[in-house]
Design a protein around this ligand. Structure first.
Ligand SMILES: NC(=O)c1ccc[n+]([C@@H]2O[C@H](COP(=O)([O-])OP(=O)(O)OC[C@H]3O[C@@H](n4cnc5c(N)ncnc54)[C@H](O)[C@@H]3O)[C@@H](O)[C@H]2O)c1
Length: 537
């Protein structure tokens, strides 16, 4: 290689990812040869890259000469040997198929100079297997970019069983030179983001199968957990079948019930309900409709008046906050339970004892603030099941003005409407659902935290790399360990144990590390120590 020339990178596969990877390599100053099976494919990719770079120049994001220099450094070919020549790195982005990747790396091993490092952009296949197949296990890493590559800030560097430390370091340096935030992880199915996000999708799918509206599920996660978009709508954009393939891959690899696919999703895929492009998926997209239509309509409440007098039973930080919100909304707290039209029962309060001593009045609404309590059972013991309801603010640190309204088996819509009227008066938003153990937000977030905890105890990656990966790879407001520390690890564990007991489903088995941390008093922000350390005031 002429020492004056910039280093060359061979990008193999010129589809969605290959073209994006080539573009960021060109912008970082590398020479790039882009290879694919057909001339027409590489020519199209080259025109698309040139178009994007010139458009960036038009928008003032880079100078015109910079764009033209970058474009001049791109060459395309269908000849693998030509692509391999002089390459410092090969980055592979061909089909997600182990046989195709094995065969490709075996041929590359023959064509590339001995010093060439191999990187695969696989979404979840084993880097160790690719390294062994290609004959350069020490020089092979995963370099997992996210779509669209030029916009997504994250890259996961995946260390195979035999990857040499200097090659891992070189991959980190390459990712950084390409302008990305690099996280490092071990070689485990689906790496960090696609693994830790699995329970988010699986819980949302399970809730849909349980009869909730896709819109209610997505809205709760956007408003209550700070997600940019709900997981079901996101899956409709990427393809319901793509998500199912990822789940099936990780379930096949691990056999763990945490990754068991949801039968409804298989049914949708078999029926061709593949997402937005197909016109139907988790939502329906009728021609001309402005917004996607949820498969199952949301629960519609009748109009109702806010109960005039509200009482709170039990003391707890959640009730303190509610008191402040109520008085802020001009609603004084009623001390006499017999006078109240709505009685709020604090988390942890024993509702059996309560109703034993305070028989439910027929005209009064009783709202359970505890997400880990059965509204239906409380309704039954009260003798007035139509008047008993669940009302929870799942993640106060993210949004203390979002509530989930849980309807027990016999709760009336009039009862729900009275609670909804109160929330509106307090300036709060809400989602209404049939009784769902732990609600939507807490259930989804705790399942994600549990998966992150399993990944941590397996040494997949560090706490901060896992949080960074989830924030940047999924655009979540926070990483799973940040959510955990805010919620309190004891609450996370209690939620998982409650879900396990209520459903009998082994996918809620809590990671041992969570139980150990709780036993060691590492509860998160409240105790000053959790996954991170805090100053306790
Ligand atoms: N699309 C995504 O969101 C995404 C995100 C991260 C990682 N990935 C991974 O990136 C890889 C590529 O995905 P994509 O979405 O760009 O796919 P794609 O179908 O858009 O492109 C794949 C390209 O590889 C070419 N190809 C196939 N076999 C080849 C071979 N033997 N030699 C040379 N070229 C060959 C195809 O002709 C095609 O142009 C996959 O491993 C995928 O799992 C995809």
């Amino acid at each position: 290689m002429n020492s004056q020339e910039p280093e060359k990178i061979a990008v193999i596969g010129s589809g969605t990812m290959g073209a994006g990877i080539a573009q960021v390599c060109l912008l970082a100053g590398y020479r790039v040869t882009l290879q694919d099976l057909k001339d027409e494919l590489v020519q199209n990719a080259a025109s698309q890259i040139a178009h994007f770079l010139r458009r960036m120049a038009e928008k003032g994001q880079l100078s015109s000469p910079t764009a033209e220099t970058a474009i001049s450094r791109l060459s395309v070919t269908t000849d693998l040997a030509e692509a391999a020549q002089e390459a410092g790195w090969v980055i592979e982005a061909v089909f997600e198929n182990m046989e195709v990747k094995r065969d490709l790396f075996q041929r590359l091993n023959k064509f590339c100079p001995p010093e060439t490092n191999f990187a695969s952009n696989t979404s979840g296949l084993s880097i160790s297997e690719i390294g062994a197949a290609g004959g350069r296990p020490r020089q092979t890493v995963g370099l997992h970019f996210f779509n669209p590559v030029p916009l997504m800030k994250l890259v996961e560097v995946v260390r195979g069983s035999d990857t040499a430390p200097e090659v891992e370091q070189a991959a980190i340096a390459l990712g950084q030179k390409l302008g990305k935030t690099v996280v490092v992880c071990g070689d485990s199915p689906n790496f960090i983001v696609n693994r830790i996000n699995r329970p988010v999708n699986l819980e949302a799918q399970q809730l849909l199968q349980d009869g909730l509206s896709s819109l209610t599920i997505d809205r709760a996660l956007v408003q209550g957990a700070g997600f940019k978009m709900g997981p079901l709508m996101t899956s409709d954009l990427s393809g319901v079948h793509i998500g199912l393939t990822v789940t099936e891959n990780i379930f096949k690899e691990t056999g763990d019930p945490r990754f068991r696919p949801v039968p409804l999703v298989r049914k949708l895929v078999r029926a061709g309900h593949l997402g937005k492009k197909a016109g139907k998926g988790y939502y329906l997209y009728p021609p001309g409709a402005e917004n996607p239509v949820p498969r199952q309509p949301e629960i519609v409440l009748p109009l109702a008046e806010t109960p005039a007098k509200i009482a709170i039973v039990g003391e707890n930080p959640a009730t303190e906050k509610l008191k402040a919100q109520l008085t802020g909304g001009g609603l004084p707290i009623e001390e006499d339970l017999n006078e109240a039209g709505l009685v709020l029962l604090a988390p942890g309060l024993d509702y059996r004892e309560f109703f034993k001593h305070h028989p439910a009045a027929p005209g009064t609404v009783y709202a359970l603030l505890d997400a880990l309590a059965s509204v239906t059972e409380a309704g039954f013991v009260s003798g007035q099941p139509q008047n008993v309801i669940g009302l929870q603010n799942p993640l106060p640190s993210i949004n203390d003005k979002f509530y989930e309204i849980n309807l027990g088996l016999e709760t009336s819509l009039e009862t729900a409407a009275k609670v909804a009227a109160l929330l509106k008066r307090m300036g709060c938003s809400y989602a209404v659902m049939p009784e769902t153990p732990a609600g939507i937000v807490l259930r989804v977030i705790c399942a994600m935290i549990n998966e992150a905890a399993f990944a941590l105890q397996e040494n997949l990656a560090s706490v901060s790399d896992i949080d960074t990966a989830m924030r940047l790879g999924m655009n979540y407001g926070q990483g799973p360990f940040q959510y955990a520390d805010q919620l309190g690890l004891d609450r996370v564990l209690a939620t998982l144990d409650y879900l396990h007991a209520e459903t009998g489903d082994p996918r809620y088995r809590a990671a041992v590390i969570l139980r150990q941390m709780v036993r060691a008093g590492k509860l998160g922000q409240v105790s000053g120590r959790g996954f991170y350390s805090y100053q306790v005031s």
